[in-house]
Write a protein that binds this ligand. Structure first.
Ligand code: SF4
Length: 362
């Protein structure tokens, strides 16, 4: 099932000189109804008793919520929770984050990966201090204008910190709403999904609802094997209650175990490259080496690192420098005779250029 804009041929009026070609007009598909109030109440009640306890859920400080949402992007909530506690102890205010050397911010980000988020978060803090007098903006347009803040993060902050009745749609929420309302995680396009998400928010509890929906998606509505039997949305969920055709042609109900297609409607992906062969892995290793350098010293970054040769290492250094995560030495560094650069065997090799030197930005 795919909802969206459909192209419908319209017949030409009789005697139309343009001939017999059909005119194409766009007939928008109706947006599904939002989550019904009874289902909403059931989800909220479930969250009140079974929701995850995470350290950043107790705060109403917009800055602290912005930090938590930046961390929770692409990082498991439990790990983000531990890192958030450490980070907030180191940078308790938006001013303290804005003023810090970027190298300190990158060190505090250790263990979270996707280090560019740390640099973007600090850039956002500097804009908040310079342009918004130290107060996280409460309107969506200003939030989305901050570095690293997209539609999801802006809406999550707006709902959690400012009580705005807007729906924050991440991958988990998309799956829950798609399945509950349209029997398919990918049934709605982004605009339609946003409309439905916004219309489903209880006006008096937008923050509570945001957490509740996230937890249903993260702990029950798994992509491959949703735990429908434990889900508070099950009685209203089209996906859980739909009948499926089995491989043998019989039909079967689907709650908790879909028959006849991969649960979640997910395409089966081909073999993925090993993580260690990705540029993301390489970038992470380089930043790790620079973090370990005392006092932000220059570090010679020589290849190979893992499967990545010197050319790949140099390309990763350039990309990290463009993103503001590292500073590259501009003068040519020549390894003196006998110097053992990090990652290289001891002794000079005059047939090769000396490895680039880099450090964290200060
Ligand atoms: S009933 Fe199943 S498919 Fe529907 S939202 Fe809950 S876990 Fe997901």
């Amino acid at each position: 099932m795919r909802l969206g804009v459909e192209c419908t041929p319209m017949p030409l009026p009789r005697g139309d000189p343009r001939g017999h070609s059909p005119i194409l007009t766009f007939v928008p598909e109706p947006t599904p109804e939002p989550v019904p109030p009874e289902a909403r109440d059931a989800i909220l009640a479930w969250y009140a008793s079974r929701g995850r306890t995470l350290p950043f859920r107790d705060t109403s400080d917009p800055y602290a919520i912005l930090v938590s949402e930046a961390m929770a992007q692409q990082t498991q909530a439990a790990r983000a929770g531990e890192a958030w506690t450490r980070f907030m102890a180191r940078f308790p205010t938006v001013e303290s984050l804005a003023e810090a050397p970027p190298a300190d911010v990158l060190r505090a980000w250790q263990g979270l990966g996707y280090n560019r988020r740390a640099i973007n978060l600090q850039r956002a803090a500097r804009i908040i201090v310079d342009k918004h007098r130290g107060a996280v903006p409460s309107d969506l347009a200003s939030l989305e204008a901050l570095p690293g803040v997209g539609p999801y993060t802006a809406r999550a902050v707006a709902a959690l910190a400012f009580g705005m009745p807007v729906g924050a749609v991440d991958t988990n929420v998309r799956r829950v709403l798609g399945r509950v309302l349209a029997d398919d995680a990918g049934a709605m396009d982004a605009a339609m999904l946003q409309r439905v998400a916004d219309a489903s928010v209880p006006a008096d509890r937008p923050g509570f609802w945001t957490h509740a929906l996230m937890d249903v998606g993260a702990t029950l509505c798994h992509p491959r094997r949703p735990a429908c039997e434990a889900c508070p949305a099950r009685p209203w969920c089209r996906y859980a209650t739909a009948e499926r055709v089995t491989p043998g042609g019989a039909t079967a109900g689907a709650p908790g175990g879909v028959v006849g297609r991969p649960a979640g409607g997910r395409a089966v992906r081909g073999s993925l490259p090993r993580f260690t062969s990705t540029s993301r892995w390489l970038r992470g290793r380089i930043v790790e080496r620079l973090r370990a350098a005392p006092n932000g010293d220059w570090v010679a970054i020589a290849g190979p690192i893992g499967d990545h040769d010197q050319a790949a290492v140099d390309a990763a250094l350039e990309a990290l420098a463009r993103d503001g995560l590292v500073v590259l030495e501009t003068t040519n560094h020549t390894a003196p005779i006998g110097e053992a650069s990090r990652g290289e065997p001891p002794g000079p090799d005059r047939s090769k250029p000396a490895p680039r030197r880099a450090r964290l930005p200060t």
